[in-house]
Design a protein around this ligand. Structure first.
Ligand code: LAC
Length: 231
């Protein structure tokens, strides 16, 4: 990896799967899905992302909270679970309270030392993302929360990454994306940003496309250290 001058640029952090753990919903799913809760959590996340990709392609935007509700309904239908309106609402409320990964605060401390602006860049609604960051006690690290609501599409649409052009004169050269989601890293690299893949799960595989991350790390502090060296 070549050292680039990136001081005073911007570091955009993805939210779901990067700062907060989408598998954290498994406990709440236990009440209705019992031993199938881990499978339900995984299917819920997969369908949620599939719906975002399809809606972006079709140009039929609805907000991420709606996507998440529709994906949950798919999961309940598919797994044959009869979910009351009350239970569905409870699960969607729990989704607004997903836990942060334990290394997030120490990782943000390291990233702060780069001198670059930290922002959240998410498919999520501004309201939901703010709530998650506040609950985790990390909202203060971010100069802004950029939501796809502003462009009414979803990652990896180019217009989502271009939201960062407001924050640095040198977009995309001095813009970094940090994400646990390979599709997001590839989306950023395709637009000329720098990108770091937070490989939170040792068994996860990066899509073998023509784009590679500039940094791969398994924890956010480790990733922050690498990024600091390059800045
Ligand atoms: C997000 C999804 C991609 O936060 O995790 O944008």
């Amino acid at each position: 990896v070549k050292a680039g001058v990136c001081r005073h640029g911007v570091i955009a952090l993805d939210v779901y799967g990067t700062l907060v753990d989408t598998a954290g919903i498994t406990v709440a799913l236990g009440k209705s899905f019992w031993e199938r809760a881990p499978a339900a959590a995984q299917l819920w996340r997969e369908k949620q992302l599939e719906y975002t990709f399809r809606r972006a392609l079709m140009e039929r935007y609805v907000d991420f909270d709606t996507v998440t509700r529709q994906a949950l309904r798919y999961v309940t239908n598919r797994l044959g679970v009869d979910l009351s309106a009350e239970a569905e609402n409870a699960l969607l409320t729990a989704y607004l309270e997903l836990p942060a990964f334990p290394d997030v605060m120490s990782g943000l401390e390291v990233l702060k030392r780069t001198g670059m602006k930290l922002v959240a860049l998410s498919n999520g609604t501004g309201h939901s993302v703010r709530g998650l960051l506040e609950r985790a006690g990390i909202a203060g690290y971010f100069t802004s929360i950029l939501s796809v609501e502003r462009v009414r599409t979803f990652k990896p649409a180019p217009s989502v990454y271009a939201l960062l052009s407001e924050l640095t004169d040198e977009y995309p050269q001095r813009a970094w994306l940090v994400s646990g989601n390979p599709f997001d890293v590839i989306g950023a690299k395709a637009q000329g940003l720098k990108a770091a893949w937070l490989k939170r799960d040792a068994s996860s595989v990066f899509d073998p496309w023509e784009y590679a991350p500039d940094i791969i790390a398994s924890t956010l502090p480790e990733l922050g250290g690498e990024l600091e060296r390059l800045s």
